[in-house]
Design a binder for this molecule. Sequence first.
Ligand code: HSE
Length: 293
Amino acid sequence: MVTVRAPATSANLGSGFDVFGVALDRPADIVSVERAEETTIEVTGVGARYIPEDPERNTVGAVARALDAPAHIEVDKGVRPASGLGSSAASAAGAAVALNELYDRGYTREELVPIAAKGEAVASGTAHDDNVAPSILGGFTIATPEGVTRVDSDLSLVACLPDIVVSTRDARKVVPETATMDQVVDTVGHAATLVAGMCRGDPDLVGSGMDDPLVTPARARLIDGYEAVREAALDAGATGVTISGAGPAVLAVCRDRTRRTVAETMVDAFVAEGVDAHAYQTRVGAGATLYDS
Ligand code: HSE
């Protein structure tokens, strides 16, 4: 048996829609695989009852097919489905790394990214690398059709998950189809600032680089309390706040000394809007990790 811990991730970071992603130190999915004649799947943990165990409809089933690696696959969900924290990507990434090891397929971590993305497409409708890339590689990742660029970074983060569900399919329907040149220039400036901030491990640069005039305002309407939570987090010392992936989780960049206050403030702000929430105090983390068998 091979067991892998695959971390949650936060995609987009505002200005990097469908391109940027970051691995979170926590939460994570645990994926265990054993060779079998045909693929069977067992899902436990957070939100397991919403996840189909039919290999044709499950992200990890698609990964097993892509790797021609039939197995009994156990997925212990730590990342809630439809959270904006890369739940299906964490399972797909964990399965790709585990099955590659189990069957000694010899793919590099970079080569496993598009394979895991095929699995994620089963859940989200389209294949994005912006969650699977950081879940497999760790750190901050820039995923483009040409490949993935990875940057090591160390930043304190809060991922605050409200007790509401926003599906990626619904969140993609509200994304504007066009942008003005002013919006493009604004987005490029912020995205470039964010990358510089990641390279320097500078929370102020990363935070200011998360501003996005296009996708985030359109999606904010799907998250009850988003603006109030954002304002509260910034007042509590966060250097930047945006929607995590397709939402509803909200990601805040902060410093170690402000992280606890930012986390508590975000939960309180959601609760004040009538929405229960849980905050993960986390940081930029490592990619999928193999456990010793
Ligand atoms: N970049 C994607 C989105 C992440 O925001 O829709 C979710 O797969």
